[in-house]
Design a protein around this ligand. Sequence first.
Ligand code: NAP
Length: 321
Amino acid sequence: MVFGGSGFVGGHLARRLARDGHEVTVATRYAPAARHLSVVPGVRIRQFSPFDSQSLDRELPGHDAVVNLIGILNERGFGGHGFRRVHVELVESLAEAAHRQGIRRFLHMSALNAGNGSSFYLQTRGEGEELVRQAQNYGQLDTTMFRPSTIFGPDDSFLNRFAGLLKISPVLPLARPGAFFSPVFVGDVVEAMARVLADESSYGKTYELCGTETWSLKELVIWVRDQLGLKRLVIGLPDWAGRLQGRVFDFVPGKPFSSDNFNSLTVDSVCMQDGFGELGIEPWGMSQLAPDWLGQGGKQVRYQDFRRRAGRNRPGAGAAD
Ligand SMILES: NC(=O)c1ccc[n+]([C@@H]2O[C@H](COP(=O)([O-])OP(=O)(O)OC[C@H]3O[C@@H](n4cnc5c(N)ncnc54)[C@H](OP(=O)(O)O)[C@@H]3O)[C@@H](O)[C@H]2O)c1
């Protein structure tokens, strides 16, 4: 049973596990959000609140593993209560329900830097991990945790958000332009999860997941801009202005950016451990894959790059050029 299965990673994971021959239940609070998965053979959708322990006790029996992908980047109110409810209380209740129902296998998606820095996002991620660790240490569950950097893919909300902003705005002011990321491909993330599912050697382990490239936020946004073939000014904000941007957006409905996001960006999202290496997976880098889906502009740039490498764009140039 995949909690958060209606989301970006969840969709990729559900398809991947179904392709491997697993029967996958996508748990969602709102079934239409997972409609795109209803046509996938081997995937079924169940609508209920993951916060309701009676529903959990009704829905979990019959499953061999729980995968928790539920997470939020911003809370509705202030003060960390919303983050704590989703990243800590919900984790505790899912772990307890799995234990009650005799389901031992528990995969938990966390994030790089969980427990570090001052943001409620990262703090509560750390507290959630601690609960999973305890369930493992007390012998209640067989757990594996994942700490990815920012995840990219054709349907992500990271590159696509910047692409969308760049398309509509002549100037893009960026908070924390020097923050570093190692964007990781969603296909590699679900490969890691699929590989460990039945692998006892992964019990009790935490895998950091990073792509092969490290980018500063500003470099990354400029690269997206160039892939789209747009002429836009990308301005890195000093921290006082970035903080102010967060405070202003705290009050914009839907919080496209927030003070808490700013605080999360004060810690670089790069790996200290080679989780993919441990799992025998060779991950991709963002510049190798993302041009394919960053629009026609992106495709043209990539074709030019292929031609250049093949030595076909300059008469007389050799393939080794
Ligand atoms: N995407 C990234 O770059 C990235 C990087 C590091 C870590 N992660 C973590 O990886 C996991 C999956 O990421 P994702 O990008 O696939 O996220 P996503 O697309 O936002 O999906 C998250 C899912 O969580 C559920 N959810 C959201 N808010 C909830 C709430 N208040 N209460 C209960 N359920 C809620 C939603 O399911 P329903 O609405 O269907 O119930 C949603 O489908 C998350 O834990 C995320 O924090 C993601």
